[in-house]
Design a binder for this molecule. Structure first.
Ligand code: ADP
Length: 403
């Protein structure tokens, strides 16, 4: 089966073509500067086929972008498909499903309407996702089934005690203000892989999944269901991130806005784009740069790393408390998968809850699913590369096969 996975943004569109049954990736790439000057990247994963790297292709709208993707996939020299009819279905990443979607769903007119109703909750992302869906329908027609996979869906099992904000309840009732959480596709993928690695049923496990990348979030997954997560109504909440503040006293906003005469828009820009480890360090949002700067003695870079690791550790402790224990802690995404030093720092001093010092040799390895727990650890510490596109393709295939 061939599933085209689409992640559409307002002026960009990422794509992958893969077989969810085997996990084999056939091609991937990116359309950038849609509506501007149009740049197209195509990376076939089949030997002998040539890639395109940011070549100019006119893309006034997302429809031309999708058309460029399809043209590349079926190109007679460098394509990976004989014809478009070999695409069995399309899976779309959709950021916000609100309270309407607790799982992935076949796209119908009714579903599109319900996604549109979630637009106010993610005004930058959902409309772009919808444009991507409509562009696919325009180019592929309505015979190719399309599925929506939501970032928020996995977290819909959270109990009210975890998702309710302590603000006047009418804002929840009237305006749906509550914790939703994001990165759900990744948390679901790695928690399922963790159970497989441990040879146990996910229903019997308490797992803390740490998705630590540019954007970071942690989830508490009890018996296969998410019971809490760090991101909130928006992806600004929880951990400090590359450029996002994470949780912070709202009083800080009032003080800074009043003192420097900032608008709400300017303040939100600071919290989303200029804060996090970039804000603390003044060096970079990239943990590799922070590591290098800290090694050269930059104290603020070291502090930024320490603040990040401290917060991760605090959430691990609080989620163990929320679940009444923990069987496995999973690290994934850019930082979680690639930084042995940060994994070590984030799990230090957790002996009281059964986590011993990591196994240095295992912790030093890269690019594979691996148990990095130290000797005698009651809690397994696992590194699991995430694969959100594969999860989207698997969901899409499951829904399409049942049609
Ligand atoms: P996104 O949230 O954009 O998908 P990623 O999951 O790709 O981001 O993570 C990007 C982050 O991973 C960057 O901050 C980068 O510094 C970090 N990262 C990648 N490799 C390493 C490494 N070897 N050591 C530390 N951090 C790393």
């Amino acid at each position: 089966m061939n599933i085209l996975v689409i992640n559409a943004g307002s002026s960009s569109l990422k794509y992958q073509l893969l077989d969810p049954d085997t996990g084999v990736l056939l091609a991937k790439g990116l359309c950038e500067r849609i509506g501007i000057d149009g740049l197209f990247t195509y990376k076939p994963q089949v030997e002998g086929k040539q890639a395109l790297d940011a070549v100019s292709v006119a893309m006034p709208t997302h429809s031309e972008a999708i058309q460029a993707v399809l043209n590349a996939l079926v190109d007679k020299d460098n394509g990976v498909l004989a014809s478009m009819s070999e695409i069995d279905a399309v899976g779309h990443r959709v950021v916000h499903g609100g309270e309407s979607f607790a799982s992935s769903v076949l796209l119908t007119d009714e579903v599109l309407k319900a996604i549109e109703e979630c637009n106010p909750l993610a005004p930058l992302h959902n409309p772009a996702n919808l444009i991507g869906i409509n562009a696919c329908t325009a180019v592929l027609g309505d015979k190719v089934p399309q599925v929506a996979v939501f970032d928020t869906a996995f977290h819909q099992t959270m109990p009210a005690v975890a998702y309710t904000y302590a603000i006047p309840y009418e804002y929840y009732e009237k305006d749906k203000m509550r914790r939703y959480g994001f990165h759900g596709t990744s948390h679901r993928f790695v928690s399922a892989r963790a159970a497989a690695m441990l040879g146990k049923k996910i229903e019997d496990l308490k797992i803390i999944t740490c998705h630590l990348g540019n954007g970071s979030s942690i989830a508490a997954v009890k018996n296969g269901k998410c019971v809490d997560t760090t991101m909130g109504l928006t992806p600004l909440a929880g951990l400090p991130m590359g450029t996002r503040s994470g949780d912070m006293d709202a009083g800080v906003m009032e003080y800074i806005m009043a003192k420097y005469d900032l608008s709400m828009k300017e303040m939100m820009n600071i919290l989303n784009k200029k804060s996090g480890v970039l804000g603390i360090s003044g060096v970079s949002s990239d943990f590799r740069d922070l590591d290098a700067a800290a090694a050269e003695g930059n104290k603020r870079a070291a502090l930024a790393i320490d603040v990040f690791c401290y917060d991760v550790k605090k959430y691990i402790g609080s989620y163990a408390a929320a679940m009444g224990g923990v069987d496995a802690i999973v690290f994934t995404a850019g930082v979680g998968e690639n930084s042995p030093a940060l994994r070590k720092a984030m799990t230090e001093g957790l002996e009281y809850m059964g986590v011993t010092a990591l196994n240095d040799e295992a912790n030093g390895k890269r690019g594979q699913e691996i148990d990095v727990s130290g000797e005698g650890s009651k809690v397994r510490v696992l590194v699991i590369p995430t694969n959100e596109e594969l999860m989207i393709a698997m969901d899409t295939a499951e829904i399409v096969k049942a049609l």
